[in-house]
Design a protein around this ligand. Structure first.
Ligand code: ZN
Length: 243
């Protein structure tokens, strides 16, 4: 069996890949970040303050849920409080993604809630609540407020800003962020095709969407991560595994 210490290089690699995915698939450009809880602790791995597309496994910081830098060199992303306070609020969460995907931002700015309109959207069956204050999450208090909006769910849309996903691990949080943007983009196209009439959308019923929760687990999630990680590997991943 792998102990937490032995698995840390692999977790570091996952976090670097997750961040690169966010940039490679267009969920973020210069901004956005993915993190992973170090199992069994109140600390998490997160990149330094630069584009997620430039994340390196050996340059990650370790921060705790009180926002204190535990180890690593450099300045954290200014919105690290998103991650810190979500991990504080939710012991079950092992991975958090925050990104600025355009279709999701558009949905918030036309006042449309997320609706399940395709299979992968089924993982958001329980709804994607909106965090409506404008601006960045740069304080502990705002981090707590966002965590409250996410509640026991797996995501939130942030008005005019982006999204946050919170899942068991960083792979799931990252794949889910990709699904959420895909879902929002489809919803926008459907709204455009209906002249903006949301009443004409054939939103999945709860009974229809329920079996689709498996789109973020098992072999489906494994296949999605494999693909997105391959896309992200167009950039060299640094020497993090050698440490
Ligand atoms: Zn942001």
């Amino acid at each position: 069996m792998t102990t937490p210490d032995e698995s840390l290089p692999l977790l570091r690699r996952d976090v670097a890949i997750a961040n690169r995915i966010l940039e490679r698939v267009g969920l973020s450009h210069a901004f956005g970040h993915a993190s992973a809880r170090i199992p069994g602790t109140n600390t998490f791995l997160i990149p330094t303050r630069r584009s997620p597309g430039l994340a390196e496994a050996d340059d990650l910081l370790v921060i705790d849920t009180e926002g204190r830098l535990v180890s690593g060199e450099g300045e954290p992303n200014s919105e690290f409080w998103i991650h810190a306070r979500l991990y504080a609020a939710r012991e079950d969460v092992g991975g958090v993604v925050h990104a600025h995907p355009q279709a999701c931002v558009c949905l918030t700015q036309i006042g449309e809630p997320h609706r399940v309109v395709h299979n992968q959207g089924g993982i958001f069956l329980d709804g994607v609540p909106e965090y409506s204050p404008i601006g960045l999450i740069r304080t502990r208090e705002l981090g707590d407020l966002l965590a409250k909006v996410v509640g026991g769910g797996n995501s939130a849309m942030m008005r005019g800003h982006g999204i946050t996903t919170a899942f068991d691990d960083v792979r799931a949080a990252t794949v889910a962020a990709c699904y959420l943007e895909e879902s929002a983009a489809l919803q926008l196209r459907m709204l455009a095709a209906t002249g903006g009439d949301a009443g004409r959308l054939r939103t999945f019923s709860r009974a229809e969407a329920e079996p689709l929760r498996d789109q973020i687990s098992g072999n489906v999630a494994k296949r999605a991560w494999e693909y997105f990680a391959a896309v992200a590997s167009q950039l060299p991943l640094g020497s993090g595994l050698s440490r």
